[in-house]
Design a protein around this ligand. Structure first.
Ligand code: DGL
Length: 272
């Protein structure tokens, strides 16, 4: 079982920000990464619809023998994490939530910013994180759907990206934030732009390294760490255009990828 792959899913390339950390921490592990780009973006979609997509992908990854599922997509977690754990009680599932806790601990101004998508912002998970960790700080939230689009396009136009970043972040800057939580896995790919606009005094918190550490912890606890000495590989799957996905994997994380096409049929994800 320890030789089996880790399954990962996202609406698109956002989860690559977590995959890159998993590769670094667990270089011998194999991964199957599913990008549901045919349904992108997830952020504006209702919970029930997202649940259907996430369940379909999870079933596919389970059938492919994945020993553990990681969901590096905040919107998918908001819609379906508890639901999936109910469906598959013995399958280890590593989820994620916006990193409000470290931001609330580190802030000196007492104001933290969170950038995210609508599905995450409106989900119960977000309310619960705020409840647990942000009682004594002011939280300024901004929903930034265009950030997802820009990253999925491969950041083709730096001037336009700078403009979009300025529009979304200006209110947070005006509110005097000194911590910025990236509440969508696509956003770490915009970090140079975000930092440039906010300045070095604002700390940007990307949860990806913490998620990778959690994957390692869970695998170790269950005796599922791959003991091989050989580097693991990643199999990529997209429900849209494999050539575009291949370009993005190279551009965003520098990997030469083989990308297969997945097909949705009656709520099931299939590969030819
Ligand atoms: N990357 C995803 C997230 O972390 C979803 C973005 C989207 O498709 O809207 O929320």
């Amino acid at each position: 079982m320890s030789q089996q792959p880790i399954g990962m899913l996202d609406s698109g390339v956002g989860g690559l920000s977590v995959l890159r950390e998993v590769h670094q921490l667990l270089p011998v592990e194999h991964v199957i990464y599913v990008a549901d780009q045919g349904h992108l973006p997830y952020g504006p979609r209702p919970r029930e619809e997202l649940r259907g997509f996430v369940e379909g992908i999870a079933r596919y990854l389970l059938e492919r023998g994945c020993k553990l599922l990681v969901i590096p997509c905040n919107a998918a977690n908001a819609a379906a994490l508890h639901y999936l754990r109910g469906l598959f009680p013995t399958w280890p599932i590593v989820g994620m939530e916006p990193a409000i806790k470290p931001a609330a601990e580190h802030t000196r101004t007492g104001v933290i910013g969170v950038i995210t998508t609508k599905a995450t912002f409106q989900g119960e998970l977000f309310a619960s994180v705020i409840d647990r960790f942000a009682q004594n700080v002011q939280v300024e939230t901004q929903v930034c759907p265009d950030f997802v689009t820009v990253v999925e396009q491969g950041l083709p136009n730096p001037d336009e990206t700078r403009q979009i970043v300025a529009t979304y972040l200006a209110p947070l800057q005006a509110a005097n934030i000194d911590e910025l939580v990236l509440g969508c896995t696509h956003f770490p790919f915009l970090t140079p732009y975000l930092q440039d606009f906010l300045g070095a005094s604002v700390e940007i918190i990307d949860p990806a390294p913490a998620v990778a550490r959690q994957v390692k912890r869970v695998l170790a606890e269950r005796g599922l760490l791959n003991q091989s000495n050989e580097r693991g590989g990643t199999e990529y799957l997209t429900s849209a255009d494999p050539a575009h996905m291949q370009f993005l994997v190279k551009y965003l994380i520098g990997e030469t990828a083989v990308v297969n096409r997945g097909q949705w049929l009656d709520g099931r994800l299939m590969t030819p």
